[in-house]
Design a protein around this ligand. Structure first.
Ligand SMILES: Cc1cc2nc3c(=O)[nH]c(=O)nc-3n(C[C@H](O)[C@H](O)[C@H](O)COP(=O)(O)O)c2cc1C
Length: 389
């Protein structure tokens, strides 16, 4: 265990959890070294463009090997694919890294979408246009921040969303220059972390309605550069950065690696039967299509498609009924022991649930459930108690 602590030093909880799944110690140490090297390179802003070079070199190697064996059609295929990849890498470098590109149009607003379609339209944006937010969009975004920060919170500790305009290097997002920084007190407070998820998600949805691209960034954020940009707005004695969100106009120039990343990270979710349950042992999936649960319509879907770090989907929900089968509450649980990203994800679900319920005209309120502070997982954090449906 002591050895583990040594070679895992400096790695985040997600990376540690992944590495611990590797059975052989030497392999695990090698993988830890690779992860650490990747972390060093990722904040230089070059890794996104370097990664496709490896398959390109492999294709040229294969072309060379098949040439030795005189299999000419394979030589042609491998060389052609290698050249194609090379052209794409150069195109990405020129248009994205060096920003030599045609100007792009401002995206359309999404005012025509209802809340549920709007939530489904949101996806992480990892490549941004080079222009800054217009004055009107900036003002509207600041109004959204103030509105949602002023709303009643789950916890008692204060949270902040600071706006910065700076070319931070974040992973793997490219060309983002405007960010919202979510800050909670340095002394750990789980409810403040839930509040960060809940408030920032409401701002993210307002930004989506405005037609802006957003990307939550947690493990991919370099805290040292964020603190430097915040200057006097950050007090290392009192403040803790929970996560950030890039915000800006989505670009159509998307590097190959980010296209692949988006496809892998964005397009899959656990089925509802693995997220919503009718019992606290999480064995009986909730039948969301029958009464009384079907009153909540697409609420289930918008929670299912909520963002979470590494698409970990760590939130679960249990519908609580009384002895007459009458619906009393929906209880929200964190499925992992993660101190930050699981409560942030739960906060995001709670925001989606709340906004969805309001759109459906269903009334309820959140109660904090702090009785379950043991090690048991999933652990309950919040109840949405039904007032009137
Ligand atoms: C708290 C949190 C942290 C995240 N951190 C990162 C990150 O560091 N880099 C990144 O590219 N995406 C990050 N994401 C975005 C997730 O990868 C994304 O939400 C998830 O893959 C689902 O895809 P979607 O947002 O496109 O629906 C984060 C999301 C959350 C909620």
């Amino acid at each position: 265990m002591a050895k583990n602590a040594d070679y895992m030093h400096g790695l985040g909880a997600n990376e540690r959890a992944l590495l611990e799944r590797i059975p052989l110690l030497p392999l695990r140490k090698f993988a830890a070294g690779m992860v650490r090297a990747k972390m060093r390179v990722q904040f230089t802003g070059w890794l996104q463009y370097l990664i496709p070079i490896f398959p390109m070199l492999l294709l040229f190697l294969l072309a060379g090997i098949t040439h030795l064996f005189k299999i000419s059609f394979l030589v042609f295929i491998f060389s052609a694919l290698g050249c194609l990849l090379g052209i794409i890498v150069i195109f990405d470098l020129v248009t994205v890294k060096f920003q030599l590109r045609f100007p792009e149009k401002l995206p359309q607003r999404n005012d025509d979408l209802d809340l549920f379609d709007l939530m489904r339209a949101r996806h992480s944006c990892r490549s941004f246009q080079t222009r800054k937010l217009t004055k009107a969009d900036h003002t509207e975004l600041m109004t959204s921040i103030h509105t949602h920060l002023d709303e009643p919170k789950i916890g008692k500790a204060p949270i902040r969303l600071e706006y910065i305009s700076a070319p931070l290097t974040v992973w793997p997002v490219v060309n983002a220059t405007e960010f919202l920084i979510a800050i909670a007190p340095k002394k750990y407070d789980r409810h403040a972390v839930i509040d960060v998820g809940r408030s920032l998600q409401k701002v993210v949805m307002d930004a989506t309605r405005m037609g802006l691209g957003t990307c939550w960034i947690g493990p991919g954020a370099d805290h040292a550069s964020i603190m430097a940009s915040l200057g006097e707005r950050f007090d290392p004695e009192k403040d803790h950065i929970i996560c950030i969100s890039a915000v800006g106009y989505k670009s159509n120039y998307i590097p190959l690696f980010i296209r692949a990343f988006n496809a892998q990270a964005s397009n899959s979710r656990l089925p509802l039967s693995e997220l919503f349950f009718a019992d606290t042992t999480f064995t009986q999936p909730l039948d969301v299509h029958t009464a009384p649960f079907n009153r909540f319509g697409r609420n289930y879907e918008i929670c299912q498609w909520a963002p979470s770090s590494y698409n970990g989907q760590t939130t679960r929900c249990v519908a609580v009924t009384d002895e007459n089968g009458e619906l009393k509450s929906f209880d929200f649980y964190a499925a992992t022991a993660s101190q930050y990203y699981a409560p942030v994800a739960l906060g995001i679900w709670s925001a989606n649930w709340e906004m969805g319920s309001e759109a459906l005209g269903l009334e309820g309120h959140f109660d904090v459930r702090s009785e379950d502070e043991g090690e048991n997982l999933p652990r309950v954090d919040l109840s949405w108690v039904i007032d009137k449906i």
